[in-house]
Design a protein around this ligand. Structure first.
Ligand SMILES: [Zn+2]
Length: 172
């Protein structure tokens, strides 16, 4: 999608009528969200190093990517990505607009994840509410996905192969 398209689509966004929606809309950013930063801190504390952030060359720009182990992690906000656990209600005004927008978001997420899987990536989606509920459980999921490898090995490998990976997925 070009920048121009994004801009045009955003221009059609209705002016938020409720304060709550307005607040959520202005809090919408695709990277370095608060839950994401907290999760990265937890991973760091658990000893993980060498992961890469928001790699443009990977489908969907995963929030966190262990490139040599091919593990991609998305930290999803429950509102924008329509969390299956929370099942949040649609905003009351401009309901149809939101419904279409969310459907698009979900389809885009699924397409990007499918593309990663096609390239043999393991994809983990971590929801905002899951992090709030139990951060440690989410860290455990990452540990499982990465397997038994020692953490310093990840770091070393990532360092050596990072440039190579950039080439592999440069066609997005
Ligand atoms: Zn949720």
């Amino acid at each position: 999608m070009t920048k121009e398209n994004t801009y045009r689509r955003d221009k059609r966004s209705p002016t938020p009528k409720s304060e709550a929606v307005s607040r959520v809309m202005s809090a919408n950013k695709s990277k370095n969200t608060k839950p994401e930063i907290l999760f990265r801190k937890a991973l760091w504390k658990a000893g993980f190093r060498g992961y890469r952030l928001h790699q443009k060359k990977l489908p969907g720009r995963p929030d966190i990517a262990f490139t040599t182990k091919k593990v991609a992690i998305f930290v999803n906000g429950c509102f924008w990505h329509r969390c299956p656990h929370c099942k949040l209600k649609l905003p009351k005004s401009n309901t149809q607009f939101w419904e279409e927008k969310f459907t698009k978001n979900i389809r885009r997420d699924q397409a990007k994840q499918a593309e990663l899987a096609k390239h043999d990536w393991k994809v983990l989606v971590v929801w905002e509410c899951e992090l709030k509920k139990n951060m440690e459980a989410q860290v455990e999921k990452v540990k499982k996905l990465l397997g038994d490898i020692k953490k310093y090995e990840v770091e070393q490998e990532e360092f050596l192969k990072a440039a190579e990976e950039e080439e592999l997925y440069g066609n997005e």
